[in-house]
Design a protein around this ligand. Structure first.
Ligand SMILES: NC(=O)c1ccc[n+]([C@@H]2O[C@H](COP(=O)([O-])OP(=O)(O)OC[C@H]3O[C@@H](n4cnc5c(N)ncnc54)[C@H](O)[C@@H]3O)[C@@H](O)[C@H]2O)c1
Ligand SMILES: O=C(O)C[C@H](O)C(=O)O
Ligand SMILES: [Mn+2]
Length: 541
């Protein structure tokens, strides 16, 4: 049995002033906490008042993390009571500030695991010691190279693993005891970190090539050996590794890349929602991907698969897609295309002015997209001219500036509405408050993978699916798109974050049911809803 001090110092066990007199007597805690016993609601009210007194979102986040570090139950109780208010503080965009200042702000490892490429003798032992006997069902792992749109932050990236897992619990009721955040520290190429005496990660350039691949392989083997029922979630790897790693493992183990697959699902759900509003057909759309990296290519591929499912042949479907990256419109004669870009690269012969298609405006003029999705990290790139040009050729342009955090978004929702006279159907990566425009209140959907991955993971785990495949992914996307009420003027294309727990459950049911229907579960699961309900963790004493 744990000693009194071990209990108080363990965030999984600690209740602070919430321990009853009886518990205090039984556990030897009498006198080790102030005499008054508080209910969890009283503790939450007190903590919420403290949060309100903080001057900015980063301060609020730091205070909330203090509660997380000491008492997980109270943290999740409080988070679940204020999901809409706390999501942007605990998670994106404020998490970007905490990552950029990780070393300066460091106080606690938050039960994360730091696996260094320079000390890889006992990866499995390290993972097991971190779990300390807990039954780990989900790992979120990053190597910190492609954090949101802010790039390479080395070991600081661990915060994204911690933050993504917090949302798993807040949205889908995953027991915090079942999760483990991991960072693979393979170095960093950010010179300012390498020069910073305070930087807490490995102070050398990123290890690349075979040595990197071998380290990742070793990690996967160690994680699966330590935790056989693991669902392995990859987050914010660089463009050169993300898709490669996913491809290697997706048919072998239960695994998921959030930037590629999660973003693909939420964006498809948003487009389905938008088309419900505009009453247009999916197969009539022309899609322009702006920023064809992990997320951009992942989304394009998902939308493409949907067109094929809607009845188009692959060749027909492909004609509906254009990709734009640093080089401009992507053509098949370019020698620096990624494997994910190649299938969507066009022929120069399709255009009279192919060599001029190097800026977004010229491309929009040439291809007349009906859907424009930004995952470029280039702020303000959806200019007034670009948007007006797009709107001149389509009645309800679907425009999703998805780059995070806030300062990197391709456009502001408010501007998009103005430039299109309220016609644009918009989703953004970060939360946006409702916008009044010409007497109508426009609700802006948040196309952030956080709206999908918690439910998806819950569905996979509850159904004991062996893999996460395309059918399950498609089922997840459709489960969300159906919730939108298109009749209301100014309706959002995606459901609001305030309903996060409800629709996470819908996503979980759709995902889990698909696995069961396909017969790809490890155990026999009769009723998916029951299996999901049985997994739900509720923050209470
Ligand atoms: N809303 C969401 O749920 C969500 C999910 C994943 C990623 N994102 C955002 O998408 C952005 C990209 O993330 P990623 O993981 O795909 O990164 P990535 O590095 O894999 O992709 C970025 C791509 O943009 C391209 N790019 C850079 N400059 C450009 C320019 N001037 N014009 C056109 N393309 C340019 C890059 O070459 C690269 O291919 C980030 O800001 C990230 O926050 C959002
Ligand atoms: O973390 C987010 O907010 C979404 C996404 O995974 C990203 O990398 O931007
Ligand atoms: Mn991400």
């Amino acid at each position: 049995m744990a000693t009194p001090m071990e209990i108080i110092n363990n965030p999984f066990l600690n209740k602070g002033t919430g321990f009853t007199k009886k518990e205090r007597a039984e556990l030897g805690l009498t006198g080790l906490i102030p005499p008054q016993v508080q209910t969890i609601q009283e503790q939450a009210d007190q903590a919420y008042a403290q949060v309100q007194s903080k001057g900015n979102d980063l301060e609020k986040r730091l205070f909330l993390m203090q509660i997380f570090n000491t008492n997980h139950t109270l943290f999740y109780y409080l988070f679940s009571q204020h999901v809409v208010e706390f999501m942007p503080i605990v998670y994106d965009p404020t998490i970007a500030d905490s990552i950029e200042n990780y070393s300066e702000l460091f106080v606690d490892s938050q039960n994360a695991v730091y696996l260094s490429i320079d000390e890889q003798d006992d990866l499995e032992g390290t993972l097991k010691r971190a779990a300390a006997g807990r039954d780990i069902k989900i790992i979120v792992v990053t190597d910190g190279e492609g954090i949101l749109g802010i790039g390479d932050w080395g070991t600081n990236g661990v915060d994204i693993s911690v933050g993504k897992l917090m949302v798993y619990t807040a949205a889908a009721g995953i027991n915090p005891e079942n999760v483990l955040p991991v960072v693979l520290d393979v170095g960093t190429n950010r010179e300012s970190l390498l020069q910073d005496p305070m930087y807490l990660g490995n102070k050398h350039k990123r290890v690349r090539g075979d040595e990197y691949d071998a380290f990742v392989d070793k990690f996967v083997a160690a994680a699966l050996s330590a935790f056989p029922d693991l669902y392995l979630h990859w987050e914010d790897f660089g463009r050169m590794n993300a898709a490669k790693i996913l491809k290697k493992y997706q048919n072998k183990i239960t695994t998921f890349n959030d930037d590629i697959q999660g973003t693909g699902i939420i964006t498809l759900a948003g487009i389905i929602g938008a088309l419900k509003i505009s009453k247009q057909r999916f197969t009539d759309q022309t899609y322009l991907c702006f920023g064809a990296g992990s997320a951009g290519a992942g989304i394009t591929n998902r939308i493409f698969e949907e067109m094929v499912q809607e009845g188009l042949s692959e060749d027909e479907a492909r004609k509906h897609f254009y990709m734009f990256d640093k080089q401009g419109l992507l053509f098949d004669d370019m020698d620096d295309l990624t494997p994910e870009q190649k299938p969507f690269a066009r022929k120069r012969s399709e255009f009279e002015n192919a060599n001029q298609l190097k800026d977004l405006l010229s491309v929009v003029k040439a291809v007349h997209p009906t859907i424009l999705v930004g995952t470029s990290t280039v702020p303000g790139s959806f200019t007034e001219e670009v948007v007006r040009e797009m709107a001149a050729h389509t009645e309800r342009p679907i425009i999703f500036p998805l780059s995070n955090p806030t300062r990197l978004a391709e456009a502001k929702a408010e501007d998009l509405l103005q430039w299109t006279d309220g016609k644009a159907l918009i989703a953004t990566g970060i939360p946006v408050k409702p916008i009044e425009y010409k007497g109508v209140t426009y609700h802006i959907g948040q196309a952030n993978n956080a709206l999908i991955y918690p439910g998806l993971g819950l569905g996979v785990i509850a159904s004991s699916a062996k893999v996460l495949n395309d059918e399950m992914i498609s089922a997840a996307a459709h489960s969300l798109g159906g919730i939108v009420d298109p009749s209301e003027q100014g309706a959002a294309v995606l459901p609001p974050v305030s309903k996060l727990t409800e629709f996470s459950e819908l996503v979980a049911i759709a995902t889990g049911q698909s696995a069961i229907d396909q017969g790809i579960t490890k155990d026999e699961v009769g009723d998916v809803k029951q299996a999901i309900a049985a997994m739900k963790w509720v923050p209470e004493y």
